[in-house]
Write a protein that binds this ligand. Structure first.
Ligand code: FAD
Length: 116
């Protein structure tokens, strides 16, 4: 893989971005205020325009247009984000992630104690 002090390639950028996004979902309130919901919607829209991989950004904008971001609760946003990530997984030939497990992966840690 690339040396840590070289510019990020599309894989490194993607892993870091998914980590940020799923961790934002993990910290998102179960009962978000209208302002918190507007922040997520605005952030995802801006990210889809600024994401520094242009084919990725273009496809992500298309995904947002057909599947508007869901912000009504932590679980709503977490599952929407999981579906967005799965869409990219499918495009890249990676396995689908079971979205029932998104909180175990990104918030609570695996029940078998792997994250303790
Ligand atoms: P990643 O896909 O980065 O996933 C990291 C970890 O997240 C996994 O190890 C797994 O534990 C967990 N995970 C996997 N799927 C899910 C899910 N559905 N929900 C929750 N957790 C999950 N790359 C391209 O080559 N072309 C593109 O068009 C492209 N578009 C992208 C668009 C966006 C918005 C982002 C953020 C990234 C994009 N990428 C794209 C990068 C790509 O998605 C991967 O990040 C990259 O290929 C590295 O993959 P990885 O196998 O390390 O795991």
């Amino acid at each position: 893989g690339p040396a840590a002090d070289c510019p990020a390639d599309v894989e490194t950028l993607g892993r870091g971005t998914w980590t940020l996004l799923h961790t934002i979902a993990a910290q998102y309130p179960t009962q978000p205020s209208p302002g918190q919901q507007a922040d997520i919607k605005g952030f995802m829209g801006i990210l889809s325009r600024l994401y520094p991989c242009w084919v990725c950004a273009e496809d992500f904008q298309k995904f947002l247009a057909k599947s508007p971001v869901r912000t009504a609760s932590r679980d709503d946003f977490g599952r929407w984000l999981c579906a967005a990530h799965n869409e990219v997984n499918e495009k890249l030939g990676k396995p689908q992630f079971d979205c029932n497990l998104w909180e175990e992966r990104w918030r609570t840690g695996w029940k078998d104690g792997r994250c303790d």
